[in-house]
Ligand binder design. Structure first.
Ligand SMILES: Nc1ncnc2c1ncn2[C@@H]1O[C@H](COP(=O)(O)OP(=O)(O)OP(=O)(O)O)[C@@H](O)[C@H]1O
Length: 337
């Protein structure tokens, strides 16, 4: 799986966003949904845009698609100013919006695919084989002539993706692509996203709360909070930056209250949990204490150590850390660039 660093600048960016700002309303009622955001996206990469509800993700994506007019700032897609050339950028960009809102529910699956392909100038008669292959790839061949409104939510989601792909654009935006999909289809979608970028050099920008999907497919994540970028880096780098010396320990017998108090004070022990005869807790030794002194202390208390393992943060931990507290200016590329 090709992974790209956000610092990679050798090729021209396919998306370039500068000081993008969106303010809804005026005066006291004004909401600064997107607040001076800048980033570049290289072709052939998968970029996740993450943030809590109301962080400004949809507003930012809709501005990149030309669906919402920015209050200030610039968006360039494949070198073209997206704000003054919406028709021109439409050739480069496709979008699968949340809840399959971009497809026509009265049309059949095949009619939808033909319609969206024709919007990109493809003659439906000459691309019928490609459309059939797409419909088959997503297991909808039996439903090809069924109106979309009669399909399940997951199937509608697949039709929406097929229509986006049928336009064969360089860039696709996927808003919550796995919402409503069963586990198997969701895993198929992950593979498909990587195939599109690895084999066809497509650029994918996706917004999702599904951290497993983001960790599995994204080369890079941009985390937004209150309209601003609080982190912009690879998943690996973000997880590395947030690594702490945290351990989970399981001991064979309960500790005295005095011993627990000492461990809490000295090693930030917490999360005490009784599991049968065993007790489990987490500890974060401070820099001047090593985990060995913690183990020595347990020995002095005559408490047998059953297991010890180091706790690795995952993207979910990083996300919560960055979006639920005051943002920590800890990330390599955090903040606007
Ligand atoms: N049309 C609008 N008019 C007024 N305020 C809006 C409008 N659209 C969005 N907002 C506000 O802008 C802020 C950002 O909303 P946006 O939908 O961009 O966030 P989001 O990160 O996509 O959230 P979610 O994850 O819930 O979809 C929110 O405070 C929202 O209430």
């Amino acid at each position: 799986m090709a992974r790209h660093s956000s610092a990679e600048t050798a090729v021209d960016p396919v998306i370039s966003v500068r000081d993008l700002t969106k303010v809804y309303g005026q005066g006291d009622a004004a909401v600064r949904a997107v607040d001076g955001v800048s980033f570049d996206i290289s072709p052939g990469t998968v970029v996740g845009v993450l943030g809590p509800n109301g962080a400004g993700k949809t507003s930012a994506i809709k501005m990149m698609l030309g669906l919402v007019t920015p209050t200030a700032g610039d968006v360039r897609i494949a070198g073209t100013d997206a704000l003054s050339n919406t028709t021109a950028i439409y050739r480069h960009v496709g979008a699968m919006l949340e809840g399959a809102r971009n497809v026509y529910w009265r049309l059949t699956v095949r009619e939808n695919v033909e319609f969206f392909a024709s919007l990109s100038g493809f003659d439906p008669r000459r691309t019928a084989d490609y459309h059939d292959a797409l419909i088959e790839r997503y297991g909808l061949e039996d439903k090809a002539d069924t109106p979309v409104r009669e399909l399940s939510r997951g199937m509608k989601q697949k039709v929406s993706l097929i229509c986006t792909l049928a336009r064969r654009t360089d860039v696709i935006f996927l808003d919550e692509p796995t919402l409503g999909l069963d586990v198997e289809t969701s895993l198929d979608l992950r593979r498909e996203i990587r195939r599109l970028t690895d084999d066809r050099s497509m650029t994918v920008v996706l917004s999702s709360h599904d951290m497993d999907l983001v960790e599995a497919v994204c080369d890079r994540v941009i985390i937004v909070r209150a309209g601003r970028i609080v982190a912009d880096d690879t998943v690996e780098n973000l997880v590395e930056l947030f690594r702490t010396q945290a351990y989970q320990l399981t001991v064979g017998s309960p500790l005295s209250e005095a011993a627990k108090g000492r461990l809490e004070h000295r090693y930030n022990a917490q999360g005490w949990e009784r599991i049968g005869e065993h007790v489990r807790f987490e500890a974060t030794p401070r820099s001047d204490d090593s985990v060995y002194t913690l183990v020595d202390e347990l020995q002095r208390e005559a408490v047998p150590l059953v297991s010890i393992q180091s706790l690795q943060p995952d993207l979910e931990n990083v996300f919560l850390e960055l979006t639920t507290e005051a943002a920590r200016p800890k990330t390599q590329n955090g903040g606007e660039r």
